[in-house]
Design a protein around this ligand. Structure first.
Ligand code: ADP
Ligand code: MG
Length: 261
């Protein structure tokens, strides 16, 4: 067995509260992600999905702290890595796509400029080559007529298109892992389906591993190799998608599946 790309063991995350003992939002979470694998993370709201994703890169909000466990990327421990080492991992080795594309895109820069900056930071020296790659990425994520749209500012794009642009930006750094936290929640059902399917397809063609947090079990069934189910801050189920969906072992998972139309 080769070492997994990402190896999370016994992860604990606590939010401290001024008076009480603190909230253990994530408790003993363990999972692995192999190169090129697509892993769905599902679970009710508040079950610790986002906290787990953010802890990978030590991007926890507020008083959130990792209080136990380890996160290894290709063997390198990230929970204790120096901040500059971690900065180098963000974006280039682990890319992130969040729910709201408007907060993640810079409103005053054209999307071409934003793509260019990522490509340059990623070592693209030649301006024309970066431009060509930017157009290629936009076309890859399904932005029609990229040559015409590349010099537009974010507000000129629809919500769904902005989410596609964000995915293009995340892929520009050629990360080994793409973490997408409910990337389509704000969009209508058809667009959600299209974009989540696109994410699955893209990661398959580029060899990028995908950790996809979503409520869309239909897309999970079609595009993800494995499913991890979280409940109350813990992992209650982890297995191949077909197996988990066909024979849920945890009552929560069974209920979740029963609720799918
Ligand atoms: P999910 O993404 O599965 O909906 P979260 O990871 O966002 O769940 O939240 C897990 C738990 O951590 C919840 O109880 C939530 O209230 C708590 N939590 C999340 N973010 C914060 C924060 N910034 N401060 C305090 N508690 C938080
Ligand atoms: Mg969340």
């Amino acid at each position: 067995m080769t070492t997994p790309l990402l190896d999370v063991r016994d992860l604990d995350v606590t939010f401290t509260t001024p008076d009480g003992p603190g909230l253990r939002a994530v408790r003993g979470v363990s999972f692995t992600l192999r190169r090129g694998e697509t892993l769905a993370v599902v679970g009710e709201s508040g079950s610790g999905k986002s906290t787990t994703a953010l802890a990978l890169l030590r991007m926890l909000p507020g008083t959130g702290r990792i209080t136990g466990g380890s996160v290894r990327l290709d063997g390198t421990e990230l929970t204790t890595a120096p901040e500059d080492e971690l900065r180098a991992v963000r974006g280039t080795r682990i890319g992130m796509v969040f729910q709201d594309p408007m907060t993640a895109l810079n409103p005053v820069l054209t999307i071409g400029r934003q793509l260019d900056e990522v490509l340059r930071a990623h070592g693209g020296r030649d301006r024309a080559a970066r431009r060509a790659r930017a157009l290629e990425l936009l076309s890859l994520v399904g932005i029609p007529d990229p040559a015409r749209r590349v010099d537009d500012h974010p507000h000129r794009f629809s919500g769904g298109q902005r989410q596609r642009v964000l995915i293009a930006l995340a892929l520009a750094g050629e990360p080994d892992v793409l973490v997408a936290d409910e990337p389509t929640t704000a969009l209508d059902a058809t667009v959600q389906d299209q974009i989540l399917t696109l994410l699955g397809d893209l990661t398959r063609t580029t060899g990028t591993a995908l950790l996809l947090i979503t409520h869309n079990l239909g897309v999970v069934a079609r595009t993800c190799d494995r499913v991890l189910v979280m409940y109350g801050g813990t992992v209650v189920e982890d297995g191949p998608t077909a197996e988990v969906l066909a024979r849920p072992r945890h009552p929560y998972t069974a209920g979740l599946l029963a609720a799918v139309p």
